[in-house]
Design a protein around this ligand. Structure first.
Ligand code: GLN
Length: 451
């Protein structure tokens, strides 16, 4: 049914980079055989899923939406892919993204832009915009994404679905093509809070293959999603995230969601986190710095594309030609920014300073969580913007991440849950619920109450 739905809507939505009906059907048959043989699989056995094309898959290509990886076939599965395969989920295909997950609209994909199913002239958010569009368009019931600076929550918000960034280290980065390793976090997309919880639980947990994976017992997010009781919970409204510069229709739905929580018995207080307004600037130094280091591996020797290797050129020339041809403009911009911020003489002023801001933000979160159980804000300042509107203005594009980035810098859990449609354009609005490290269950509990 999902493959048929894809045939119908995919020409318009363009959520996928790779679809292979036969591989999908073969996987479904294999799950059926396992179930018939009496194997006990998890609650999602047989459910189809779409993976962001940044997770390696051994039976499908993996490109990170970059020319530099075109044609690369990974020899192994990412931990997320592997665990979901073992749990019996069937892969429908690989979804579009901004190249190497750098962007907020999928317009930085080297292959094509994905359209928002609510209005095909609008972006589906990004970087995981293929995954959000696939679920919103009913092409897939579930999908995976990665959130480095909002890339799950922002696309979920602008396509009217649920998207969760788990605690950093709660989901494995093994086999996830690295962008900014201290921030990258795999997470789920779904149409309901409970579905997202089931998916997160199916791929989470300690992984010896990822050195930053947390080895600690965590409360069940599925249980939390089933117990949508917020009576007595303390909810902090972040003063700095909202107000001037936010779309009125976004603020209206957000305020209603806060009132709803209050009417359900939660205690709502205003909380001030003054440094949150500087998070964006710290992020756009830290993320490019890490990216410039991570993307050094694309050297024309190890993966995919190789340009100009005709026997007359040195390895260094081939590397330069390959990187010039293989990386898109946003990726090059970030590599240059990061290399500059890390260079001797500038390191302390830029990267070092950004790391200090990161620490201050983490401390403000800790202070806030002394007073409240969760913090809330709009997920993004506006609803989905028009395709093309922000491509020539990187600063306008970066503003989409204003509310999501603080949780990435602190490594906290945060979810986006739909909270209605903005009056002025009829497009979805998302409520962001943030919780302390390893308190992912609180995001699901509050999320299920507003759903
Ligand atoms: N939009 C942000 C960026 O471009 C977030 C990306 C992400 O979370 N992967 O870096």
């Amino acid at each position: 049914a999902h493959l048929d739905r894809m045939t119908e809507v995919e020409p318009k939505v363009k959520a996928f980079l790779h679809v292979d009906r036969e591989t999908t059907i073969a996987q479904a048959r294999a799950v059926d055989t396992r179930l018939r043989a009496g194997e006990r699989l998890g609650p999602l056995a047989g459910v189809p899923i779409a993976h962001k094309d940044i997770f390696t898959t051994r039976d499908m290509p993996t490109t990170a939406a970059s020319m530099i990886l075109e044609g690369w076939r990974p020899p192994y599965d990412a931990t997320v892919t592997k665990r979901l395969r073992e749990a019996g989920l069937v892969i429908l295909g690989k979804t579009n993204l901004d190249e190497f997950a750098m962007g907020s609209s999928t317009e930085n994909s080297a292959f094509h832009t994905t359209c928002n199913p609510w209005d095909l002239t609008k972006v589906p958010g990004g970087s995981s915009g293929g995954s959000s569009a696939a679920v919103a368009a009913y092409e897939a019931p579930l999908s995976t994404g990665t959130d480095t600076g909002g890339s799950i929550r922002q696309p979920a918000s602008v396509t009217g679905i649920v998207g969760m960034k788990p605690t950093y280290g709660g989901s494995s980065r093994y086999g996830l093509i690295a962008f900014a390793s201290s921030l990258d976090t795999p997470g789920p997309f779904a149409r309901t809070v409970l579905d997202a919880a089931l998916l997160q639980e199916a791929f989470s947990g300690h992984d010896a293959m990822d050195s930053t994976s947390i080895d600690a017992p965590v409360p069940s997010v599925v249980e939390a999603a089933r117990h949508a009781d917020v009576a007595g919970m303390r909810i902090g409204v972040v003063k700095e995230l909202g107000g001037d510069g936010y779309q009125p229709g976004v603020l209206a739905r957000y305020n209603e969601a806060v009132q709803l929580l209050e009417s359900l018995g939660a205690k709502v207080v205003e909380v001030s986190c003054p440094s949150f307004t500087t998070a964006l600037y710290a992020y756009y130094l830290i993320a490019p710095s890490e990216c410039s280091s991570n993307l050094a591996r694309f050297d024309a020797m190890r993966y995919g594309l190789r340009v100009g290797d005709d026997g007359t050129r040195s390895a260094e020339e081939v590397m330069a030609l390959t990187r010039a041809a293989g990386f898109g403009p946003e990726v090059k911009r970030r590599i240059m920014l990061g290399t500059y911020a890390l260079s001797s003489g500038y390191y302390d002023a830029y990267y070092g300073q950004a790391q200090k801001v990161r620490t201050v933000i983490s401390r403000e979160f800790e202070a806030a969580y002394q007073q409240v159980d969760v913090l809330v804000s709009p997920t993004t300042p506006t609803t989905a913007f028009a395709i093309g509107e922000r491509v020539d203005d990187p600063m306008a594009m970066y503003l989409a991440d204003l509310c999501t980035i603080p949780s990435n810098l602190a490594g906290n859990a945060a979810i986006s849950v739909p909270c209605g449609l903005a009056e002025e354009d009829g497009l979805p609005v998302g409520l962001q619920i943030m919780a302390p490290v390893l308190a992912d269950d609180r995001c699901y509990r509050v999320g299920a109450a507003v759903e």
